[in-house]
Design a protein around this ligand. Structure first.
Ligand code: A2P
Length: 332
């Protein structure tokens, strides 16, 4: 069996990774359609020895398409996903538009693959920071239910697309040359700086990225009572996010138990060399499928033995976005 696949947003950071993954993972393709804006229409992209021509996304784009991998924008997903579903396709949607819709499964294949079967044409791919936290935290929660998570993120430019990655590089160059630089994609200079995640701050003082980590984790874990508080910031890293994760479990848990649970879990690599101070780093996670997990230690501020600290790095474009979506398509 092979499938007619379309990529919505094929020229973007995540779209480009979709192409790489479909090839690497030998996805059973009957055909592949590349969709982007009018700006990219006619652009040639090499794929598996063939030249594919990028087409402008329009209402007729989905005729005969079985699976759409969508990563253009929430607005475009809202407009085009229903059209694709009406044409008979299943959409794996990387935008935030449908994630909290109770009719739409929100899936991390390592956590809740069974949720896929309830789909009505759209399956949502979670937020990148949520995926990178959920993959290592889920096997721990399954063994010893989590009461509360305190997470701080260190997020790469890639989460804001190719334009933000280019802006980080250009800003770094300008800084080193002692030149003025005015950012246009991100709200503040990214190079040699750290700032609040570039999503709107709501009335409760949390930015949207932080609230995604809270609400999406509850939905994916099917754990409406789990308490999560997040602080999300951008750091001058190109494409892998890191996160400091503090967890309070229901029952006491040891560092060794955590290591044993993570050693057997899918999608994870333990990087935890205290002697050489070698732990997860975004440069090591760059372009990797696995989430790197380290700094595994008992939280000394929780004397009942119920607390654990972790530090993780995961490729935002790959497992945080494109790989997770392609894994969902494989499950389909
Ligand atoms: P294009 O390259 O033609 O602008 P990123 O997240 O890296 O910025 O990528 C966004 C993706 O969404 C790109 O493939 C981009 O195509 C696509 N896109 C942006 N606006 C539109 C639009 N109006 N119609 C179709 N695709 C769009």
């Amino acid at each position: 069996m092979s499938y007619n696949v379309a990529i919505m947003g094929a020229t973007g950071a995540v779209g480009t990774e979709f192409l790489r993954l479909l090839d690497e993972r030998k996805f059973p393709l009957k055909s592949l359609k590349l969709l982007a804006s009018a700006r990219s229409a006619g652009k040639e992209i090499e794929f598996q020895g063939k030249t594919l021509i990028v087409e402008e996304l329009c209402e007729a784009s989905f005729e005969g398409v079985d699976i759409v991998l969508a990563s253009a924008s929430g607005t475009l997903s809202k407009k085009f996903n229903p059209i694709a579903v009406a044409a008979g396709a299943v959409v794996v949607d990387n935008s935030s538009a449908y994630r909290m819709d109770p009719e739409v499964p929100l899936v991390v294949p390592e956590v809740n693959p069974e949720a896929i079967k309830d789909h009505k044409g759209i399956i949502a791919n979670p937020n990148c920071s949520t995926i990178i936290m959920n993959v290592p935290v889920w096997p721990l929660h399954a063994a010893n239910p989590i009461k509360r998570i305190v997470v701080s993120t260190y997020q790469a430019a890639s989460g804001a697309g190719i334009a933000a990655m280019n802006e980080l590089a250009a800003g770094a160059q300008a800084y080193l040359n002692g030149e003025d630089f005015t950012p246009e994609v991100l709200p503040h200079p990214a190079a040699f700086n750290v700032f609040n995640h570039n999503s709107p701050v709501g009335p409760n003082g949390y930015n949207e990225e932080e609230m995604k980590m809270v609400n999406e984790t509850r939905k994916i874990f099917n754990a409406p009572d789990i308490q999560v508080t997040a602080t999300c910031v951008r750091v001058p890293v190109m494409r892998a996010h890191s996160e400091s994760i503090n967890i309070q479990f229901t029952n006491p848990i040891t560092e060794q138990e955590v290591r044993d649970l993570l050693a057997d879990a899918p999608g994870i690599q333990i990087v935890d060399d205290r002697e050489n101070s070698y732990f997860p780093m975004p440069l090591d996670a760059d372009s990797e499928d696995d989430i790197l997990v380290g700094r595994i230690r008992q939280d000394i501020s929780q004397p009942d033995g119920c607390g654990i600290d972790l530090f993780v790095s995961g490729d935002q474009i790959r497992k945080g976005a494109a790989l997770n979506a392609v894994q969902i398509a494989e499950l389909l």
